[in-house]
Design a protein. Structure first.
Length: 74
């Protein structure tokens, strides 16, 4: 599913893995929307996500999460 957000950004729901997660993705965790501000590569394909709130999440190489991704209009 996708739609338009204010400011002309295209918003889409995507499934992310440690290989596909990007800065700016918004992931719903425990009922709270968390925006990824930085990523750190870990051994064996895992990644550690740093959220704007300062919280950390480690994604195993096989972890799959639902996220919202905003893409600028071209």
């Amino acid at each position: 599913m996708s739609g338009w957000a204010p400011g002309g950004a295209l918003v889409s729901n995507v499934e992310v893995t440690a290989a596909t997660v990007q800065r700016g993705d918004i992931i719903q965790l425990g009922g709270q929307a968390c925006r990824v501000s930085d990523l750190f590569q870990l051994p064996q394909g895992a990644k550690q996500l740093l959220f704007e709130s300062g919280e950390l999440l480690t994604m195993h190489a096989r972890t799959r999460l639902a996220a919202v991704r905003m893409q600028r209009r071209r």
